[in-house]
Write a protein that binds this ligand. Structure first.
Ligand SMILES: N[C@@H](CCC(=O)N[C@@H](CS)C(=O)NCC(=O)O)C(=O)O
Length: 210
């Protein structure tokens, strides 16, 4: 059996969709969580191909890049989390890149800004720029497919990414980007509800808490 080890910080971040996808696919993996000094030691040792996390080791072969890891996770365990239809797969990939790449690159610096006024200003710019564009893009797709998930009735890895984003806004954990962010997007809110109600996701959330 293929041995998988996922390395990331002890936080949801970019690794959480991968953890959820592997759990839903019923694929066993080692969930290795490192603190910052251990990350720096790994980085300096050359163990991280791009010097960044997450990293997935597949039988000891280190692989970087969240979106690729996520697609790999989705193809395991029967592949139910990634569409076989190329057009549906295009939507899934485009939405994942929109959030994992475009939005996260502008959001990440705000996580390290300690000055509250500056942080709120940075987040306002994120919301008014790339985040609103990405949210409108998703809302438009949901209007076309009818939801509740991005491509219709079946949960995919894009819905995991979106569901986790919706939950984060709803939690109020990011000041300046609370539940009000979702007000103009009823279909995305419904996707967030459907994601949280999915039996496998609810099971994952229950285990993560215990
Ligand atoms: N394109 C990469 C970006 C990975 C990335 O930026 N990871 C962050 C953590 S979320 C990191 O390792 N930052 C520390 C560093 O690059 O030194 C991916 O999607 O996996």
């Amino acid at each position: 059996m293929t041995q998988l080890r996922l390395t990331y910080f002890d936080a949801p971040g970019r690794a959480e969709p991968v953890r959820v996808a592997l759990f839903l696919a019923k694929v066993p993996f080692e969930d290795r969580r490192v603190q910052y000094p251990e990350f720096m030691a790994l980085k300096q040792s050359g163990a991280l191909p791009l010097g960044s996390l997450p990293m997935l080791e597949v039988d000891g072969r280190a692989i970087p890049q969240t979106a690729a890891i996520l697609r790999y996770a989705a193809r395991l365990g029967g592949g139910g989390l990634y569409p076989s239809d190329p057009r549906a797969a295009l939507l899934v990939d485009s939405v994942i890149d929109s959030f994992n790449d475009t939005v996260s690159h502008v959001l990440t610096p705000t996580l390290f800004e300690r000055d509250t006024a500056k942080r709120l200003e940075m987040r306002r710019a994120v919301l008014e720029g790339p985040l609103s564009k990405a949210l409108k893009f998703v809302e438009g797709i949901l209007a076309e497919t009818g939801g509740p998930f991005l491509t219709g009735a079946e949960l995919t890895i894009a819905d995991i990414v979106l569901g986790l984003n919706v939950a984060q806004f709803r939690s109020g954990a990011l000041d300046g980007l609370g539940p009000e962010v979702l007000e103009p997007y009823p279909r995305l809110r419904a996707l967030g509800d459907a994601y949280a109600a999915h039996p496998g996701v609810a099971d994952y959330a229950g285990r993560a808490k215990s």
